[in-house]
Design a protein around this ligand. Structure first.
Ligand code: DGJ
Length: 730
């Protein structure tokens, strides 16, 4: 049993292989307190940690100072407006205009397996692989019920949380805030690790001390965003890659979020994750339920590396559904950086022919194939092929590419509408806009109001009919602007606050429909690079375009931050031409390949035009992809050195689950003259096993390679890199 309830002491204990999560019900009223989360413990009755014997006591014993109790008690799902001054997890607007709400324990249920969350992406597992606890809590004054849902994935050391709120009263109530998870803990000098960024600079790691008051990262942009990420980790000050305590909190959602840590007067922390309350208001009529998205909690006593590997395994096994998740993806060539909007059938066929010779397996036609789209000012929404460019039509092109021996993929940006489009002429009210205000343009486009069923149906049919018309194996689903002017011509004044969440639900519904009709389609999500790289999207697509920045050196930082929490199998990574289109840097073609091998791998260049010496390397690189991809996709990932931290070199390793094989990637960023070789220590090998390094005759024990290490010679030239392939000796 991974979930126990101690009836006598009213304690819940959730155990994974290496962690425990404990809650207890106290007092006659039924306050539910958060007792402990961390390394696995043996005892269940640890409710003494709630300090109810210290002043202030629980209300039944000392109701005179109820406020002191509420101001300190580690509430598992804190209410609003009745005495707990720390961040609330929920707030309402009731029939009297009041915002107060407070929940008390009523009952619970424990069962094997896990229920789906209607309309939302969420982790999944067989009945034998996980166990769920649902705690029913109630606000008796409002007739509101909040069911706190916990699922224990014992093998992955992960506990997921979500909440569903039901209105049992005849009066309608509005929810103005519903967080998905909250827990309190003693501060003990934790630091807060988050991922920040911008376009072309996604998911850069930042770590800072936790000070008094509230510190948060968030998005109110309608998507998880380039700028901040729906993830926060609390990291003990002594934590490294390999040791120390790390709590990871990750949101399975692709829209607005708030991830917050609050340090209070008694040095305890309240950690919270959920939909950002800004611009959120959701009406619940009698018997209606609101489902808050899932949050993934992970604790590692083995530093950041332990957290990373737990999350990689968890997402690979319990979030990504695509049949591709355990398969090698076709090596693709995408024409975006090759041609931008300037292409036609002839050009694409020329690229396909050359690509085939080099071992590339799929051609992806990016933005510009439809309507009158020769630049980014027009035609989004008009998803009819432009036969002036794609002469002979789409099917003809796809068939020709198939005859050459490549699969075919296509780009869409289904959520958007150009003001200059037939669709906008016909349905201007389908765009998200505010009456009487000039809508804000971004990349000269508007966002479609996906809260409307007719809009979703149009979008779906537009995409699906193209997919039905030809042999299309892959879709890149892009989203190039964020939401503004939050107004829907479809929702009445009481429901405008639902637009942002309804929009995200609309995206999920569309992708669910797509994967249901086209189960074998390889879907790659994208948002102006990596602005919607989150666990929610992974539920629909096994890979996500990581960043528009394809420069190998910038990618070291972007991929390090991404791989901190996402499996390498999900990171869209391509080799592009130089000087790099984003930063103008020139790096060796081999280094660009070595860095892209840590992701899905593909090309983003005009293969008919690149220098001959670069083109000649492609067959070698595609062969390397086939040699190493099983290891990269399925192995355990270890960070050895971070260029973002040392500003000199980067080094990471992937080790097979059976520890018989490893691949180390080393990139020398700073070229120092007259410098000797650099010592690096491998990780994750079996200490007493013998290993050989490809190209070296020696045989070394795992412990030698891990503790004494190997020397990487200084390399001549800028941005050189090397792959080191280690195999168990026969
Ligand atoms: C942004 C994407 O990230 C790029 O790869 C490309 O598809 C462009 N959009 C096309 O408009």
């Amino acid at each position: 049993m991974n979930i126990q309830f101690d009836e006598k002491n009213r304690v819940f204990k959730l155990d994974t292989e290496h962690t425990s999560y404990v809650m207890a019900v106290v007092d006659n009223e039924g306050f539910l307190g958060h007792v402990y989360y961390g390394a696995k413990i043996s005892d269940t009755d640890v409710a003494y940690l709630l300090r109810t014997d210290e002043n202030p006591m629980v209300p039944s014993k000392n109701n005179r100072d109820r406020s002191s109790f509420l101001d300190t008690f580690p509430m598992e799902y804190p209410g609003n407006g009745v005495g707990d001054y720390r961040e609330s997890a929920i707030a309402v607007l009731d029939k009297n205009g009041h915002s107060a709400v407070q929940f008390f324990y009523r009952s619970h249920q424990i069962f094997d397996g896990k229920k789906k969350i209607p309309g939302l992406p969420a982790s999944f597992a067989k009945e034998t692989e996980c166990q769920t606890l649902e705690i029913v809590t109630e606000d008796p004054v409002l007739g509101l019920e909040a069911v706190l849902v916990y699922t224990v994935f014992a093998g992955s050391d992960v506990i997921t949380r979500s909440v569903r709120v039901t209105n049992h009263e005849a009066e309608t109530i509005a929810l103005t805030k519903v967080m998905s998870a909250s827990f309190d803990m003693d501060a003990e000098g934790y630091e807060m690790l988050t991922l920040h960024g911008s376009w072309a600079r996604e998911r850069q790691i930042e770590q800072r001390p936790v000070g008094y008051g509230k510190q948060s990262v968030s998005s109110v942009r309608g998507e998880s965003s380039h700028q901040e990420h729906p993830f926060v980790a609390l990291v003990s000050k002594d934590a490294t890659e390999d040791q120390g305590k790390v709590y990871g909190v990750h949101f399975v959602y692709s829209g607005n979020f708030l991830a917050q840590v609050e340090k209070n007067q008694f040095d305890t922390l309240r950690v919270m994750m959920g939909i950002h309350p800004q611009d959120f208001c959701w009406e619940l009529k009698q018997n209606e339920t609101f489902y808050a998205p899932e949050t993934v909690l992970v604790f590692s006593g083995n530093g950041l590396g332990g957290m990373t590997r737990n999350l990689h395994d968890f997402y690979r096994s319990h979030m990504i559904r695509s049949p591709y998740k355990n398969k090698k993806r076709p090596i693709l060539i995408n024409n975006w950086e090759a041609t931008y909007f300037d292409f036609n059938t002839e050009k694409l066929i020329a690229i396909a022919k050359e690509a085939k010779k080099c071992g590339i397996e799929m051609l992806v036609m990016d933005d510009g194939w439809f309507g009158r789209r020769n630049d980014d000012n027009t035609s989004l929404g008009d998803w009819q092929v432009n036969e002036e460019k794609i002469t002979g039509g789409l099917k003809h092109l796809v068939d020709e590419v198939n005859v050459i021996g490549l699969q075919f993929g296509i780009w869409f940006e289904p959520e958007m509408i150009s003001p200059d489009s037939k669709l906008y002429e016909k349905h201007p009210d389908w765009a998200i806009e505010l009456p009487d205000r000039t809508p804000c343009r971004s990349r000269n486009q508007f966002v479609l109001d996906l809260s409307r069923k007719e809009v979703r149906d149009y979008v779906y049919e537009a995409v699906a009919s193209v997919l039905r018309s030809a042999n299309i194996a892959y879709v890149k689903w892009d989203m190039n602007r964020q939401l503004t002017d939050l107004g829907s011509s479809f929702l009445d004044e009481k429901h405008q606050g639902e637009l942002m969440h309804r929009y995200v639900l609309g995206v999920y519904e569309l992708q669910e429909r797509l994967m249901t009709e086209f189960p074998d389609l390889l879907l790659e999500n994208c948002s102006g690079g990596g602005a919607r790289f989150d666990p929610g999207m992974l539920y629909y697509s096994p890979q996500i375009w990581c960043s528009d920045d394809t420069d190998a050196i910038e990618r070291l930082k972007i991929q390090e931050g991404t791989a901190l929490i996402y499996p390498l199998s999900a990171m869209g990574a391509h080799v592009s031409d130089c000087p790099n289109h984003t930063v103008g840097r020139v790096t060796p073609f081999a280094t660009r390949g070595n860095v892209a091998l840590a992701g899905t791998f593909g090309y983003e260049l005009d293969i008919t035009k690149i220098p001959e010496e670069d083109r000649k390397l492609i067959p070698e690189q595609t062969a390397m992809y086939h040699k190493y991809n099983d290891l990269v996709r399925e192995g355990d990932y270890y960070r050895i050195a971070s260029y973002a931290k040392n500003h000199e070199y980067d080094c990471y390793e992937v080790v097979s689950k059976d520890k018989k094989e490893a691949l180390v990637t080393f990139v020398q960023v700073l070229n120092r003259p007259n410098y000797h070789s650099r010592r690096i220590c491998l990780k994750g090998l079996q200490p007493d096993r013998n290993y050989q390094i490809e190209g070296d005759k020696g045989v070394y024990h795992g412990d030698t390679l891990m503790h004494a290490g190997i020397n990487i010679p200084n390399m001549w030239g800028d941005f050189q890199s090397v792959l080191i392939h280690v195999k168990a000796a026969e």
